[in-house]
Design a protein around this ligand. Structure first.
Ligand code: IPM
Ligand code: MG
Length: 375
């Protein structure tokens, strides 16, 4: 099969990590005779430099005509002083909204090889784990095109106060919850709705909709948690969670917290899905990006971890193209490379023997070779 992939390398470490992700996608596709055609597009800081705006006209439309979008990262200190709607981050928000990818899947699991890079104690990592093995395997489903990120905002006339608004419709809440249920059905059949319904009216609507919907999914165990408690539970017993569904802002914050537990934010891939894929079927359009940002401080130094971008490529194969076997091929290649002891600096365990610290390129080459060598 032929697939077209919109590619936005972006700023900072974006190009350094999407380059390897593309090579590895190609190698995995090659095994089964699939060919990927890339349509490179500019967005974020780079686009500001060349066109004056973060999301030039036509970018969303061109991306939408492709089968999926792979994005590196956008942003950097160079553009930080620009007014809000001209900042590189606007490109991300414009793409998410423009492509209608309202469900953002952020899996966070502790790979056994990275145990020493996880800051939690064994007793915390074994809590609520049936087998007693230290670890966790959770999925944050973050609402991505609504809430505080897209609500009305502004300043008072004299500039002495400012506001942002959290607005959610029943429809927006219901569709992301359904994505959560579809995911939970394929996992350990537990879904935790995270909100702040003891204070916020928008959260009370979340809970109301969730309580109604839960009746449609009797085989899934639905629970509810306030976001402050969830932030605490993540570091007290992450093993208790399977799927967490939450709003845009809460999901942003909780996914950064969860990433640290996996060893590094450099390990976390993400998939953002629209309606078809979001309901658990094959998706027509998905946007795939590592959860980490553009990390301008380490850009161009060959030390960034390319695994989040590489694993985002695997998620693309799975969710947008239905190529489960090829997705698993990439994931097991990453696992074997970690078995061999190769680590980028961010995931190196303190004082661990048997580990070799390598740069971005060497890590990517090792994964590439593991994909190529796979039977
Ligand atoms: C993320 C990022 C973005 C977000 C920023 C860069 C706008 O933190 O994808 O988590 O807040 O959504
Ligand atoms: Mg974030």
């Amino acid at each position: 099969m032929n697939y077209s992939i919109a590619l936005i390398p972006g700023d900072g470490i974006g190009p350094e990590v999407t380059g390897p992700a593309v090579e590895i996608l190609d190698a995995a596709g090659d095994k089964a005779g699939h060919v990927f055609h890339y349509v490179e597009l500019e967005a974020g800081g780079r686009a500001i430099d060349s066109t004056g705006v973060p999301l030039p006209e036509g970018v969303v439309e061109t991306a939408a005509r492709c089968d999926a979008l792979l994005l590196g990262a956008v942003g950097g200190p160079k553009w930080e002083k620009l007014p809000g709607d001209l900042r590189p981050e606007r490109a991300l928000l414009g793409l998410r909204k423009g492509l209608g990818v309202f469900a953002n899947l952020r899996p966070a699991a502790l790979l056994p090889q990275l145990r020493s890079a996880c800051p939690l104690k064994d007793e915390v990592l074994t809590a609520a784990r049936p087998g007693g093995e230290p670890g966790f395997d959770l999925l944050i489903v973050r609402e991505l095109t609504g809430g505080l990120y897209f609500g009305e905002r502004g300043r008072s006339a004299d500039g002495s106060s400012a506001f942002d608004t959290e607005t959610y419709s029943r429809m927006e809440i219901e569709r992301v919850l359904r994505t959560g249920y579809a995911s939970a059905a394929k996992r350990r059949k537990k879904l935790c709705v995270v909100d702040k319904s003891n204070v916020l009216e928008s959260s009370r609507l979340w809970r109301e909709v969730a309580e109604e919907l839960a009746k449609e999914y009797p085989s899934i165990e639905t629970s509810y948690m306030y976001v402050d408690n969830c932030a605490m539970q993540l570091v007290r017993g992450p093993g208790q969670f399977d799927v967490i569904v939450t709003s845009n802002l809460f999901g942003d914050i909780l996914s950064d917290e969860a990433s640290v537990l996996t060893g590094s934010i450099g390990m976390l891939p993400s998939a953002s899905l629209g309606s078809a894929g979001a309901a658990g079927e094959k998706s027509i359009m998905g946007m795939y990006e590592p959860v980490h940002g553009s990390a301008p401080d380490i850009a161009g130094k060959d030390i960034a971890n390319p695994l989040a971008a590489i694993l985002s490529g695997a998620m693309m194969l799975r969710y947008s193209f239905g190529l489960e076997k090829e997705a698993a091929l990439i994931e097991s290649a990453v696992s074997r490379v970690l078995d061999s002891g190769l680590r980028t600096g961010d995931i190196a365990g303190r004082g661990n023997t048997g580990e070799t610290i390598v740069g971005t390129r060497a890590m990517a080459d090792a994964v590439l070779k593991a994909v190529e060598d796979a039977p």
